[in-house]
Design a protein around this ligand. Structure first.
Ligand code: HEC
Length: 144
């Protein structure tokens, strides 16, 4: 009897951990998706395929700054190898580097918010922000 209760509570605990784990993965993926949505108009403007729009650029940078801050706590070690994640185990083997890129990305976004005033400053500053996406994905995200 005691043993049954023990096993049952262990199973319940396991289920809670699994739910919490997929929750965290989903939350960080949603933050990333929001950033991905912002890169479409920004990329179009950088390539000159879309007219420059300072308000859209600033709105995108705000999403980058806010979401990178929120994402910082959403990579706990217990999500290593979680189902449906594209996060590579290298994140936890190289946590300092991963967090360093995330922090740099956050700071670059804030710096760009202050320095981008027109199309010329946009073309000079924006690529510095965007290169962080690829720098992190190269090392820390599964290639699809
Ligand atoms: C510090 C690392 C880091 C930075 C910086 C970063 N990403 Fe990511 N990104 C990840 C990781 C890790 C994943 C995989 C998350 C998962 O599946 O659990 C990911 C996933 C994604 C996804 C897929 C989300 C989904 O599941 O549909 C998109 C889109 C994305 N990132 C866009 C961006 C864009 C755009 C930028 C820059 C503006 C960016 N990321 C910056 C690490 C980063």
């Amino acid at each position: 009897m005691k043993r049954t209760i023990f096993v049952a509570s262990l199973l319940a605990l396991g289920a809670t951990v699994a739910i919490a784990q997929s929750d965290v993965v989903e939350q960080r993926q949603n933050l990333m998706k929001q950033m991905g949505a912002q890169t479409r108009p920004i990329g179009g403007m950088l390539r000159g395929q879309e007219p420059f729009d300072l308000a859209k650029v600033q709105a995108g940078l705000k999403v980058f700054a806010d979401n990178s801050e929120k994402a910082a706590s959403l990579f706990p070690e217990n999500t290593k190898g979680a189902p449906k994640t594209e996060a590579l185990p290298t994140i936890w083997e190289n946590k300092a580097k991963f967090e360093g890129i995330l922090t740099k990305f956050n700071q670059d976004a804030k710096t760009a918010m202050a320095s981008i005033k027109d199309e010329a400053t946009f073309k000079a500053e924006m690529p510095k922000v965007m290169q962080n996406c690829g720098a992190c994905h190269n090392d820390f995200r599964k290639k699809s």
